[in-house]
Design a protein around this ligand. Structure first.
Ligand code: GLY
Ligand code: MN
Ligand code: MN
Length: 438
């Protein structure tokens, strides 16, 4: 049996369980379709409903519907109209694991689905409800009980999903290698971005998220969104946060480079990289991700002291909240069909949640780490003027070595981001493995 058919088997078992628990006997999952801009006939790039894409080997199949019944059987009602304006969608290759019915119109497709569920007691629908809304012929639209169970389960990847994520990583790493070369040869942010796209053979709309390509102080803007056409007069640092998708599964990778290997920023970068790897080496199933995030803050406290940016003890830098100004985002997040995959705050399939601690509102992952989870580990250390201004006013600001900190403002910051799979005795690091292979 192939990895894909095994994957479908696993989905069948998860969905049977989720449907039974929610007392629903059949659910229709809509792929979705492009949605035009307000008062326009143009649409942003369309992405399939992830609950649909998970069964489809990433195929987007706009306007198709998938029927899943409580015995785990799935049937695709594939929408394929004749069209001379567009290339009609290609029927997905599902290896016989899912039955396919082809329909040449939305009307015939909807009639067939309605007929298929008419003898069912309780039916549900997962997808965008607009424009039909409450006219949809199902009992429950996006029922939370069902969604909770499916979302919770998505954190654990099947072997097929893991293989897709390794592949997405390899695509992204090809882009990252080209981006470093473009940086070293004097390219602008725009040039580097284009080099990334060419080497990874992706269009912008295929990317899982918009590339962050930041030279110098721009590296201190966490989600920097521009691509300067001109290279800066002086080049100090380069941060690139760029990914790829394979069959719908994302890679999310950040690397930071120093222009001069001998300057203090390069030494700091080296140590953030070491700290990131030490954090990853400590991961075991059963640990709390919140504890790992705190460990990252303590490591940043250590680095601030070691690099003469803060005086006193590393512990005090952490306890007094100084590290919050230098690392204002979470250590990472679940990743899969979505870059920031769902259910990072869930504690149970029934819908229990654990909010991030008040000190770390941006932390996207608070779950207990389990074998099969895939998440990012992305500590950072930034020089962000607006956060430093606040710190300067606080009592703890007295312990900051401001001349040293200010000398690094022009470098923006550092982030190192890998994607890891939790195994029974540690992790598999997709990102480091791909960077170290030829
Ligand atoms: N690229 C967005 C993130 O790292 O979460
Ligand atoms: Mn990330
Ligand atoms: Mn990222």
């Amino acid at each position: 049996m192939s990895a894909f058919t095994d994957h479908v088997r696993e989905l069948q078992s998860r969905w049977t369980q989720a449907l039974t628990a929610a007392r629903i006997d059949a659910v229709v999952v809509a792929a979705g379709q492009p949605k035009p801009y307000f008062l326009d006939d143009q649409s942003p790039p369309y992405r399939a409903n992830p609950h649909f894409a998970q069964w489809m080997g990433g195929a987007e199949c706009p306007q198709s519907l998938l029927l899943v019944t409580d015995d785990g059987r799935a049937r695709l009602f594939f929408h394929q109209v004749e069209d001379y304006w567009h290339q009609p969608p290609v029927q997905p290759e599902l290896e016989g694991a899912i039955d396919i019915e082809v329909h040449g119109s939305s009307e015939s497709l909807m009639n067939a689905v309605t007929k298929a569920v008419e003898r069912r007691n309780r039916t549900a629908f997962i997808g965008e409800t607009e424009p039909t809304g409450s006219n949809l012929p199902f009992d429950d639209l996006n029922p939370p009980l069902l969604l909770n169970a499916l979302h919770y389960g998505r954190a654990k990847k099947t072997a097929y999903e893991v293989a897709c994520m390794r592949e997405a990583t390899a695509i992204a790493v090809a882009g990252h290698r080209a981006a470093e070369i473009a940086f070293r040869s004097g390219g602008s942010e725009y040039d580097i971005h284009q080099a990334y796209l060419t080497a990874s053979r992706q269009t912008e709309s295929e990317l899982p998220y918009s590339n962050i390509v930041a030279l110098n102080a721009h590296a201190g803007v966490l989600h920097y969104q521009h691509y300067d056409r001109e290279p800066p007069a002086v080049r100090s640092s380069f941060l690139i946060d760029a990914g790829a998708r394979y069959k719908g599964y994302a890679a999310d990778i950040t690397r930071t480079y120093a222009h001069e290997s001998t300057d203090p920023f390069a030494a700091l970068l080296h140590d953030v990289d070491q700290a990131q790897q030490a954090l990853i080496a400590s991961i075991r199933p059963g640990m709390s991700y919140v504890a790992l995030h705190e460990q990252a803050h303590r490591a940043i406290g250590r680095l601030l002291v070691d690099h003469a940016l803060v005086s006193g003890s590393a512990e005090a830098a952490f306890e007094e909240g100084i590290t919050d100004a230098f690392l204002p985002h979470g250590l990472g997040h679940l990743i899969g069909l979505q870059t920031h995959d769902v259910a990072g705050h869930m504690t149970s399939a029934e819908g229990g949640t654990r909010a991030p601690p008040a000190r770390y509102p941006a932390l996207r992952l608070t779950r207990t780490i389990e074998t099969g989870h895939v998440f990012t580990i992305e500590p950072g250390l930034y020089f962000i003027p607006m956060l430093l201004r606040e710190l300067r006013k606080a009592p703890a600001g007295k312990r900051v070595n401001w001349p040293n900190v200010e000398s690094l403002l022009g470098y923006g910051g550092i982030r190192i981001e890998d994607n890891v799979l939790v195994t029974d005795d540690g992790i598999e690091n997709f990102t480091r493995d791909a960077f170290s292979s030829e």
